[in-house]
Design a protein around this ligand. Structure first.
Ligand SMILES: *Cc1c(COP(=O)(O)O)cnc(C)c1O
Length: 224
């Protein structure tokens, strides 16, 4: 298994090149190390290599690693979150990337002691296996969130299909970019929606070229 530090060097080089191609600044991009496949030891290695943001898609994984790493990282919940589990993760996560229903927003609002950064998950590709709102429903959904004072909409998140079809991937990422512009144009105080959580091991170079601000990297960083 490769050193996490070597993997991170390669990822940073790829980001730098993608930023050059698209006239962006690499400082705009946050790398979230996704540790769902790996041990605490490997997670620790990622922290030592300089990773400052960690992502987990299951509550159990988050609690286990959070116990150990604590505030040496910022914590991102990137998986499907059941409403009844919100109370267990709410004090531990800095951002939730999978907000896709009103009942979940309501529960976050109720359990949080302060506003929580949330990304709205959008199912741009339309694959049935994927969670998230349709792009058409996203703005009206966000408009219903105003009454939840502890829910702050900082951006949109999507998962692209696992494909090497670059044109298809670009089309999906561009759709998320344009949806963000639509939402920003509403100037909603509780939904600044500046960020785009898109790009995984298979497609982060393209996602960065298209405007990603948060990329979620598991296998290419820590292995699978
Ligand atoms: C697992 C996972 C990732 C990371 O996937 P890799 O292909 O291993 O980089 C990113 N986002 C979400 C939501 C995931 O569940």
């Amino acid at each position: 298994m490769m050193d996490v530090a070597d993997n991170l060097t390669h990822i940073r080089q790829t980001i730098e090149q993608a930023c050059k191609n698209s006239h962006r600044n690499p400082d705009e991009i946050t790398i979230i190390g996704v540790t769902k496949y790996v041990t605490i030891e490997r997670t620790e290695e990622a922290i030592n290599a300089g990773i400052k943001n960690l992502g987990e898609n299951r509550m159990e994984g988050l609690l286990e690693k959070h116990d150990y790493i604590q505030d040496r990282a910022s914590w991102h919940f990137i998986g499907t979150l059941q409403s009844r589990k919100v109370k267990d993760v709410i004090g531990k996560v800095d951002a939730i990337h999978s907000l896709d229903r009103l009942s979940l927003a309501k529960e976050i609002n109720k359990r949080a002691a302060r506003p929580i950064d949330c990304f709205i998950q959008v199912n741009v590709s339309g694959e049935e296996s994927k969670h998230g709102l349709s792009p058409e429903d996203t703005l009206s959904f966000i408009k219903q969130l105003e009454r939840f004072k502890n829910v702050r909409i900082v951006g949109l998140m999507t998962m692209a299909p696992h494909t090497d079809d670059e044109d298809r991937l670009r089309a999906i990422f561009r759709r998320l970019v344009s949806l963000r512009e639509t939402i920003k144009a509403e100037h909603l105080a509780y939904a600044p929606c500046d960020n785009l959580s898109m790009g995984m091991s298979n497609d982060y170079r393209i996602a960065v070229e298209e405007g990603a601000t948060h990329i979620r990297i598991g296998s290419d960083l820590v292995g699978s």
